[in-house]
Design a protein around this ligand. Sequence first.
Ligand SMILES: O=c1ccn([C@@H]2O[C@H](COP(=O)(O)O)[C@@H](O)[C@H]2O)c(=O)[nH]1
Length: 279
Amino acid sequence: MTTLAPFGARLRAAMDTRGRLCVGIDPHASLLTAWGLNDDVQGLETFSRTVVEALADRVAVLKPQAAFFERFGSKGIAVLERSVAEAREAGALVLMDAKRGDIGSTMAAYAETFLAPGSPLFSDALTVSPYLGFGSLRPALDLAREQGCGIFALALTSNPEGHEVQRAVGADGESVAQAVLRRLAAENAGAEPLGSFGAVVGATLAEAGVDLAINGPLLAPGVGAQGATAKDLPRVFGASVRNVVPSVSRDVLKHGPSVQALRAAAQAFVDDVSTVTNA
Ligand SMILES: O=c1ccn([C@@H]2O[C@H](COP(=O)(O)O)[C@@H](O)[C@H]2O)c(=O)[nH]1
């Protein structure tokens, strides 16, 4: 099995050649219906296959939302396995949005599931929750580093409810989100051209209010259906905007099942992002 180059380097190259965009594969029941599909495993398979066919050979990152596959049990997970493999085969980086987080010994099993080569769900990167303590993520951080994979830890999420936890300030005056970012920066120290340990920071924020200079990617969900636009990115991310990977799900997916329309919608976001980030 060939060893992958570090995820950060692969992501930077993908963004340079394909443009800066992550498209989520979120097969909501309402989207399956809107596409004329049944809300069942066959509908899930057709939906996911269509998104992969339309976008995996052109967008930098595809981000399957595991929850929408898990809701169909083992058959849904089998669809997820095939989608991940086909998307990677077509050249997209696959970021598994599973937001795993647990005590270290269990975290090791999650890491094996998503980051061990040969695992049926092997992905290029994984979202994780650091709210059992950043140190509990160590098995995932170590396996990702060893295998050329990436990790995206939740720092400031796009939903308004996240702030009560993430903006909380400790006795030392540091916010919880800032502590997560500081630990990510340490993981990325010295990495070039970009570290592999990223943060999730919502594009919906009024302002970041934290130091985002982590030398790693900043996944920015919230563009599209949650109300943010590409124009918000410079305000939220400041000088770190060059490391932002905007993430859109419903606002691209609503254009299916037409492959051409999905492609056009994704390209429109890529163009919008390049206008504001290259300004
Ligand atoms: O802070 C976060 C972290 C993750 N997400 C996920 O991103 C997509 C957003 O979907 P849209 O349809 O573009 O709103 C979804 O899978 C979320 O679970 C997020 O929104 N915010």
